[in-house]
Design a protein around this ligand. Structure first.
Ligand code: NAI
Ligand code: MG
Length: 505
């Protein structure tokens, strides 16, 4: 365990532009306007690097949700949106991407301040990703097609049929996202909904609502018709649950914990809403001895420590072939020790705090449970003496497959390392989890790669890389990591209903 670490720097003051945004009144974006909340409940928004309050937002109650759903319904059925040509929708989404690009610096700073991640990462990953996601999805607006087909059985004598399908918007979509990639998650949700002609009630996580509110300004500026996108802030148990239960919502798109995903799926049963769920993970990183081991060490460290480990597809279970185990695990531990923790707005920072005190405590409790169960802490495992919600990057060895640290999603910078001897053994170990979101395989032997890839039960398998996400590449889980695939052509299925049309002539 590393008892010492560099002292944590002080969070620099925000820019004037961001300081002004922090003073925003607690309001919702409904029907194209900023409106006052009906109820008086408020939620403080904190800087995780200091624990200090930086802003306040409103907790939307059932009546606020009613208003937002009504606005989305009106925009879907009565407004100009449904008559807009695909090329107009495409142009609007592209315009939004241009506005995101124009405001990158301010949005990245806001994201860093609210989430804890570094402003540098927020710029090159979250904001660049948000811009490009909207651009990619803008293109789909003009490429939605369905099928024309021959009927296959004999109809009544003398009657012919012309049969085809239409893709129609799924309708009013409720979208609920977590706090790890706040604005990028907004793009993942809003992009395909707008491309397909749906209307949205969007809720960011209560911990990280600030960039979504700023994005609503940009949605208005881009010129989307009123009510096409509505943004509510609020707690999961109040706002989120009311959105899920609302009879005026046709579809729910959720990213977050498996626990809440299950609740949502149950609740949606009453109204048979369409549900897509992108949930937790415990993704394996599998390193064979013939891999480029330097690249694998760096890749494995990045796979688990990127975004302070708060990534649904983080590579949190490291499996290294016995022959390479010591070298790789020592390398990853050394990389962990070298990471400089600090506040997101300090340019020298490499890893920020976790998002909240709750998350910091959860992660530290997991590490303690691992130690109690007999794991060895090779590095990290502690909270620096600082007001922010930091956890030092942690590598645990001597773990067994029944330990909670091996089985459960920790959602922090914590890696568990295990040895293996052959492909079949490691495939079984990798699959010994209720999750199935992602995995990575590191090898220079094409036969090894081709043999193991089909055996891994996961929605994404990276080879010699990890955490690379592209808007064209379907993303989603096997097993309890959820269902439905976001991105690519696949996401269009989530946001459209297929209508068969049969014309007799
Ligand atoms: P969470 O799943 O409770 O929160 C995610 C979103 O769901 C937030 O917007 C929240 O307001 C909303 N929500 C919560 N309860 C709801 C309900 N009953 N109905 C509707 N919406 C609801 O996640 P939380 O509590 O912040 O984190 C707990 C654990 O969940 C983490 O330690 C991590 O393991 C996992 N998690 C996984 C994520 C992923 O991307 N797969 C993202 C965030 C958390
Ligand atoms: Mg929760």
């Amino acid at each position: 365990m590393n008892a010492s670490h560099a002292p944590i720097a002080t969070q620099p003051a925000p820019s004037n532009a961001v300081a002004a945004l922090l003073k925003r009144k607690p309001q919702f974006f409904i029907g194209g306007d900023w409106v006052e909340p009906i109820g008086a409940d408020r939620i403080p928004v904190l800087d995780p690097a200091t624990g200090k309050q930086i802003a306040v937002v409103a907790d939307a109650g059932a009546q606020d949700v009613d208003r937002a759903v009504a606005a989305a319904r009106a925009a879907l059925e009565k407004g100009p949106w449904r008559h807009m040509k695909p090329v107009e929708r495409q142009a609007l989404i592209w315009k939004l991407s241009d506005l995101v690009e124009k405001h990158t610096d301010e949005l990245a700073e806001l994201e860093s301040l609210n989430n804890g991640k570094t402003k540098f990462m927020a710029t090159v990953v979250d904001l660049a990703g948000t811009r490009d996601y909207f651009r990619y999805m803008a293109g789909w607006a003009t490429k939605l097609t369905a099928e024309t087909f021959e009927t296959s059985i004999q109809g009544p004598p003398g009657v012919n049929f012309h049969t085809y399908t239409r893709r129609e918007p799924a309708g009013v979509v409720a979208q609920i996202v977590p706090w790890n990639f706040p604005i990028a998650m907004a793009a993942w949700k809003l992009g395909p909904a707008l491309a397909t002609g749906c209307t949205c009630v969007f809720k960011p996580a209560e911990q990280t609502p600030l960039t979504a509110l700023r994005l609503a300004d940009l949605i208005a500026e881009a010129g989307f018709p009123p009510g096409v996108v509505n943004v509510l802030t609020g707690l999961g148990e109040s706002t989120g649950a009311a959105m899920v239960a609302h009879p005026g919502v046709d579809k729910i798109a959720f990213t977050g914990s498996t626990t809440v995903g299950k609740l949502i799926n149950k609740s949606a049963t009453d109204t048979l809403k369409r549900v897509s769920l992108e949930l937790g993970g415990k993704s394996p990183v599998i390193i064979f001895p013939d891999a480029d081991l330097d690249a694998a060490v760096g890749g494995a460290a990045n796979a688990v420590f990127f975004n302070s480990g708060q990534v649904c597809c983080a590579g949190t279970r490291l499996f290294v072939h016995r022959k390479a185990f010591d070298r790789v695990v020592e390398g990853v531990s050394a990389a962990a020790r070298a990471i400089r923790l600090g506040p997101g707005l300090d340019p020298a920072t490499e890893m920020g705090p976790l998002v909240s005190r709750e998350q910091q405590e959860r992660v530290l409790q997991y590490i303690e449970s691992g130690v109690r169960d007999g794991a060895t802490v090779l590095t990290g495992g502690m909270a620096p003496n600082a007001p922010g919600y930091y956890v030092t990057p942690t590598v645990l060895a001597d773990v067994r497959s029944d330990m909670r640290v091996v089985r459960e999603e920790i959602f922090g910078p914590v890696l568990v390392a295990q040895r293996f001897d052959d492909i079949e053994e490691v495939a079984a170990m990798a699959n010994d989890t209720p999750y199935g979101l992602a995995a990575s395989v590191w090898s220079s032997n094409v036969s090894t790669v081709q043999r193991i890839v089909p055996q891994i039960k996961a929605g994404t398998v990276w080879v010699n890389c990890h955490n690379f996400i592209d808007p064209a590449m379907p993303f989603g889980g096997f097993k309890q990591s959820g269902f439905g695939r976001e991105h690519g052509r696949a996401v269009l299925d989530l946001y459209t209903e297929l209508k068969s049309v049969c014309v007799a002539y």
